[in-house]
Write a protein that binds this ligand. Structure first.
Ligand code: ATP
Ligand code: MG
Length: 558
């Protein structure tokens, strides 16, 4: 193909992927990846082809592709996972991911961050990482960096980063404007009284006696004795509109600002204000905030600020897993799990230890899409893409769980080279064998006296007798059809444990047996594996290897 043809091909592919309009920049990228040529010469050609293709209808583009025999590869089709954004313009989309630095990120955050990040990329837009650190009672310094580290591990990159707490002076100005305009008031009613009034739709005396003096005094009032509330509608059908709290007093020192501020905005206030002021066009929120959307727009109206296109998706829930910092924290505090990186947890650190790859999390999130329907998925939907990736890249080893000894009579002394993968070129290891082996307890149990089976990649053995150990007899080298193939290790092996993480909850109840430990022997080559490498123990599962004082495995999945 000449350059014109290649440019035409990619212009067509890109056009049909994006509703008939090819993106010049995206096509340049694809063409340059395929041809080795001077950009100066190629770009005018690409420009011409993109313009021509964009004049065609989507139907004509499809027809031309068919005529030229261009097929979109499966991989490229999948990239289309996320549906187009409403009101989106190339180059102008701004998204943000707003974690609160009060814990480590989990797979629910990954869903939000990936959706935000992918949309910004899809539209050549901007992706902002914003730390919503406005509740000093909950937050800690360590989590800002930890969350950034986890996002980097996930492969999510941001264009801009800032802290909401740095904008507090602006928030105070805007709040003052609301007070001045009669849209907010300092309320000193008790929380019981306020709840009752919200239920009965009654306005309190504070609402109609607000002054600028009271606003000034607010800053030196005692924590818990007053809040700033929106003057909404105490009789609104939407309970969120019944004068929600906009600011409250918190005395705990802030991890960044120390004791500089005591008056802190609530999510209703800073969420709306920050999205608007930072230029976010498409803020995503989980569906639980639906009722608060009216508050969001009402506040922006009061302040005369630009209104973004609020987007919603369902919160991610996984059966048997606590996908929420609020649920994870107590498990750690009560010592029910080891810490934030316990492999049973859906934290990114837990998933990493368990051998889940960031690419698999992306695949999972994109294929989940983001239906607004709340649903609970099972963890095997994360495992499936992970297994698919690992299958061709993980080195394979022999590991025998609950080992049983086997002595083979007349066994030839051998040195065999075993490949780490049957079809991929990812190396091999040499193993010397004599007459002593260990096989897994399960395999041993199934063998019958007189049965002939194959020690995998070695030779055949006939079972002579079964007792405290298995006695076998060398039975030839030729492969016997339908004979069992069994993994083995020799008397030179590495004793190790494999942790098997299971569901932390059964229904609402904590599962006392959520972490199982399997003891077994691995072949000695396991000592050469790097800390953190994920291998496949044949017929056992994919296991991430940790090398601390001892070598240990954590099972990702079968
Ligand atoms: P948590 O209960 O885990 O603390 P949160 O929503 O309070 O959840 P934040 O740090 O405030 O945690 O959330 C940052 C972003 O991540 C928000 O936009 C939130 O909607 C999103 N998010 C958090 N948990 C999930 C989840 N389970 N599924 C999808 N998105 C989530
Ligand atoms: Mg939160």
């Amino acid at each position: 193909m000449n350059i014109e043809e290649i440019a035409r091909k990619h212009a067509l592919i890109n056009a049909v992927k994006f509703d008939g309009k090819a993106d010049f920049k995206a096509v340049i990228g694809k063409v340059m990846a395929e041809v080795r040529a001077n950009a100066k010469e190629v770009i005018p050609v690409i420009k011409k082809e993109v313009e021509e293709v964009n004049k065609l209808t989507l139907q004509e583009q499809h027809e031309e592709m068919e005529r030229l025999g261009i097929v979109i590869e499966e991989k490229e089709k999948k990239e289309k996972g996320l549906p187009p954004l409403p009101h989106a313009e190339k180059g102008k989309v701004v998204t943000r991911f707003p974690p609160e630095p009060n814990g480590y990120l989990h797979i629910g955050h990954a869903k939000a961050a990936i959706v935000d990040y992918e949309y910004a990329r899809m539209y050549d837009g901007t992706f902002i990482l914003r730390f919503d650190d406005t509740n000093p009672a909950n937050e800690a310094k360590e989590f800002y960096d930890a969350q950034k580290e986890d996002l980097k591990w996930l492969g999510v990159e941001w264009d801009r980063e800032y802290r909401t707490s740095d904008n507090l002076p602006v928030h105070y100005e805007l709040a003052e404007k609301m007070v001045r305009d009669g849209n907010a008031y300092v309320c000193t009613c008790s929380s019981e009284e306020t709840s009752k009034n919200r239920r009965t739709g009654k306005e309190c005396k504070c609402r109609n006696s607000m002054t600028m003096e009271k606003w000034k005094e607010f800053f030196s009032m005692e924590a818990g004795s007053a809040v700033l509330r929106l003057k909404g509608d105490m009789k609104s059908e939407n309970s969120a509109m019944r004068d929600p709290t906009l600011f409250r007093i918190i005395d705990e020192p802030h991890p960044v600002h120390g004791k500089k501020y005591r008056v802190w905005p609530t999510y209703d206030f800073y969420g709306a204000v920050e999205d608007s002021l930072s230029g976010v066009t498409h803020p995503f929120r989980t569906k639980e905030y639906e009722l608060r959307d009216e508050v969001y727009f009402y506040i922006l109206d009061c302040l005369g600020l630009r209104k973004p296109h609020l987007m919603e998706f369902a919160r991610l829930s996984i059966e048997g897993m606590p996908v929420s910092k609020r649920k994870i924290k107590p498990l750690i505090e009560e010592g029910l799990v080891e810490g934030w990186d316990d492999p049973r947890l859906p934290t990114l650190r837990g998933l990493k230890r368990r051998g889940i790859l960031p690419e698999a999390i992306h695949k999972f999130v994109i294929t989940q899409g983001f239906s607004r329907v709340e649903s609970v998925v099972t963890f095997d939907q994360v495992e499936a893409p992970n297994r698919k990736i690992l299958d061709s890249i993980a080195r394979r080893y022999f590991f025998v769980a609950e080992p049983v000894k086997m002595v083979v009579k007349n066994a030839p002394e051998k040195e065999v080279e075993l490949r780490h993968h049957p079809s991929e070129n990812i190396g091999s290891r040499k193993v010397k064998t004599s007459g002593t082996f260990f096989i897994s307890g399960d395999d041993a149990e199934e063998l019958k006296e007189g049965e002939v089976f194959r020690l995998k990649d070695l030779y055949n053995v006939k079972v002579v007798s079964k007792g405290n150990f298995i006695e076998g007899k060398f039975s030839g080298n030729d492969i016997i059809e339908n004979a069992k193939k069994i993994q083995w290790v020799t008397d030179e092996h590495v004793e190790m444990e494999v942790l098997i993480p299971g569901n932390l909850f059964i229904g609402e109840k904590f599962n006392e047996n959520s972490l199982k430990i399997v003891k077994g022997y691995a072949e000695p080559a396991i000592k050469n594996v790097n800390h953190g490498e994920i291998v496949q123990f044949e017929r056992f599962g994919f296991v991430r290897i940790e090398k601390d004082e001892k070598i240990k495995g954590i099972m990702a999945h079968k």
